[in-house]
Ligand binder design. Sequence first.
Ligand code: ZN
Length: 240
Amino acid sequence: MRYAILSDIHANYDALEAVLKELEKENIDEYVCVGDIVGYGAEPDRCVDRIKKLVVACVAGNHDFATIEKTNIEFFNTYAKEATLWTRNKLSEEDKQYLKDLKLVEDVGDFTVVHGTLYAPALFDYIQTTFDAYLSLQVLKSNLCFVGHSHVPISFFLDDAVTYSVEPEIDLKPGVKAIINVGSVGQPRDDNPKAAYAIYDTEQSKVWVRRAEYDIEAAAKKIMDAGLPEILGERLKYGR
Ligand code: ZN
């Protein structure tokens, strides 16, 4: 089986389309979404509609739940808050219902999917250190978990100790549990503005984190035209 794993699309339809176009050539059997379909970008409606028809499973991100008031936006920064309020008005009741029904954790084939962490998925904490990863690896029942949320691709492995790697080609080894952050389709934050996504090949036991070029200017202009904070378009150009 070949899976495409997409996370943190953040209402950036231009980035999503570019990624899906690259994936057309990859013999993908199933698509999986790691959450945050909406928030920040100007086309949440188009992104929800595209994702819900495409994926076999999607988990909830903090922005998805914030949009339908399932999590508090008190601790969101000003721009995230403003984008959330804007997104609430932009989505249909049907799209909101789709976000409402998303689960925090999903098991797909031989792997697990969660937006933030496995030890407390509803808190939407970040896995950024080997210790953070250790806490989730401890409760991971399968051997592989895909996460998002930080918008930075990185992989953690539990062998004798917890190690990490930022290599884009990841070999999964028997007996070594792995947590892989697939980066962000719609708002990368690792100083690389190209859209990030991953492919998981079960036969080869390999994961690749790929990058797709897309029309960043177009996405930024839509953010401006929508009256969303200008910085949300600007940051796309720098990948941070
Ligand atoms: Zn996100």
